[in-house]
Design a binder for this molecule. Structure first.
Ligand code: PMV
Length: 332
């Protein structure tokens, strides 16, 4: 259906969430990291604001699903989630008048603040949805620029890995440079199945990155060595993924978790979840994302249901995420 201006009345977009297999935090300081999209994400629908709302409160974002609940406007008494309000303010700044009469519905199956890329997925899906609604072509560089700007609002000093993997919808290696980053796809030999357990909220990626920066300043040389170690794990991991050496991928995940613990990013709960996974035959387990809470990922070896049930039995929310060999998980 077309509106008065000949534009589509509703535009839909989708972006997947992600997991980081190795290199979180170290990536901020130039180490190589590997990330994968997962088959849960954020869906956005963009449509005209109902006529009776146009004059009263301006554009709105309605969050649906368990994670983004609430109606958000830019005015002071809007009660919706802060993340949606920040996004809305950015959209108004970028699109000006064209954004004033928009109603945006966001539906997310990804728990936010758990290191699963919900904010990057939201950023990418929002921008794609609005461009599509306005029938404007969207170049990759422009999407990248907006996603980075939104992620900077949400996270402070992002390396860019989250939205790079979310935008590409495939497994990537990522290495930050002074300007931009080197990003290349990795073709997996086999599909991989991860079982995720949610260890609870963390204190926000922004804080985690800032606090690690402070610890690093106190132990500069030691931290640099650990980042080199994580970079080495990423090199070995890339090879193991290409060759389909699942056991090696798992073993490298376990070593990475040891380093992350040394960087004070783990918690007793994360260690407990890693132990549950390894006891039940996971090939490897580690935290993913900012740490200090968030999610644990366990690499399954045909035992995904057993791992899922073990996490549930221990009282944790769990989900199973599959990564196909040549993933294109943008969902469009
Ligand atoms: O947004 P999260 O929690 O997945 O963390 C992203 C990874 C970090 O390395 C901690 C931060 C970054 O920007 O790379």
């Amino acid at each position: 259906m077309l509106n008065d201006l000949g534009q589509a009345d509703v535009a839909f977009s989708y972006a997947p969430g992600k997991i980081i297999l190795v290199g979180e935090h170290a990536v901020v300081y130039g180490a190589k990291a590997i990330a994968m999209p997962i088959d849960c994400g954020v869906r956005v629908a963009v449509m005209p604001l109902p006529r009776n709302k146009v004059e009263s409160r301006g554009p709105m974002v309605r969050g649906l699903g368990p994670f983004f609940m609430g109606d958000t406007y830019v005015d002071a008494d809007s009660s919706g989630p802060q993340v949606l309000k920040s996004a809305l303010l950015y959209i108004l700044e970028v699109f000006g008048d064209a954004a004033k009469e928009l109603a945006i519905v966001v539906d997310g199956s990804l728990p936010p603040g758990r290191g699963l890329g919900s904010s990057a997925a939201l950023s990418v899906a929002l921008i794609k949805g609005i461009y599509r609604y306005l029938s404007r072509p969207l170049e990759r560089e422009v999407l990248e620029k907006h996603a980075m700007a939104l992620e900077t609002i949400f996270h402070g000093r992002p390396s860019g890995i989250d939205h790079a993997v979310v935008m590409g919808g495939r497994v990537i290696a990522f290495k930050k440079r002074e300007e931009g980053a080197d990003i290349w796809p990795i073709a997996l030999k086999n599909s991989l199945t991860f079982v995720l357990a949610i260890a609870g909220p963390h204190d926000g990626t922004k804080n985690a990155v800032k606090e690690l920066g402070m610890r690093k300043r106190r132990q500069e040389k030691v931290y640099e060595r650990i980042f080199l170690g994580l970079n080495e794990i990423a090199n070995e991991m890339e090879q193991a993924l290409i060759e389909g050496q699942k056991a090696s991928v798992g073993e490298l995940m376990n070593i990475a978790q040891g380093y992350l613990n040394a960087l004070a990013l783990s918690t007793p709960e994360i260690e407990k979840l890693c132990a549950i996974a390894r006891d039940r035959g996971a090939l490897g387990a580690k935290l993913t994302g900012a740490g200090g809470g968030g999610a644990v990922i366990a690499l399954a070896d045909g035992n995904d249901l057993e791992l899922f049930n073990a996490f549930k039995a221990a009282g944790y929310q769990s989900l199973i995420a599959k990564v196909p060999p040549v993933a294109d998980m943008c969902g469009e």
